[in-house]
Design a protein around this ligand. Sequence first.
Ligand SMILES: C[S@@+](CC[C@H](N)C(=O)[O-])C[C@H]1O[C@@H](n2cnc3c(N)ncnc32)[C@H](O)[C@@H]1O
Length: 227
Amino acid sequence: MTETTDGQVADGQVPGPTEWGGSVGVGPWAGPWPTDPRYDHELLAEGDRRNVVDRYRYWRLEAVVADLDARRHPFHVAIENFEHDLNIGTVVRTANAFLAAEVHVVGRRRWNRRGAMVTDRYQHLRHHPDVSGLLEHAAAEGLTVVAVDNGPGAVPLETVSLPRHCVLLFGQEGPGLTAEARDGAALTVSIAQFGSTRSLNAGVAAGIAMHAWIREHADPSAVVQPG
Ligand SMILES: C[S@@+](CC[C@H](N)C(=O)[O-])C[C@H]1O[C@@H](n2cnc3c(N)ncnc32)[C@H](O)[C@@H]1O
């Protein structure tokens, strides 16, 4: 599937599971152009079809990121990527939606961006070659490392209080979290399951854990509506 530069699915292609296809956004600006430097002249002239909330229509990318930076939440997200995990795009998109401070990719630098649907442009991303690099960074930044996994010793996410300044650390499909990551975390939390499968998809688990942080710490009056 080809994605156009503005994050839309190219005409004539079937949308994937995380893509709505079709066209969103607005056409060229009608009337006299605004003079606010946050506006992008090319978008004003040609229209803005990006997958952004209406608050940011016609804004320059840098202006959107600056506005997000002023409001970011103090939780971070980290995911291990030693085997090219395909969930990272989903994790980045959800981290963007919940306004995480930063997403950390641990292991391989390269990851499949398709599931991110261009949200990575608005999200701070940091790479660590190994788990020790992530742990050192978290310690230096005063972030509590919270492993999210359903192994022995984990406490239920449903009842735990998550630290406000933290890194939620996820493992990969297949191997799950490495022993080094589990050992380095201050706390391990598990998501309750009731069926037959051993685990949730890592991208789904990340969404649930991020939302647990949101429910506990975010300000509901600061919600941004899409339109
Ligand atoms: C598919 S799981 C890994 C497989 C797992 N080790 C197993 O034995 O089936 C990938 C990652 O998703 C997250 N995960 C999946 N299910 C979870 C659950 N119930 N609670 C917490 N984390 C979960 C964890 O971060 C985990 O490392």
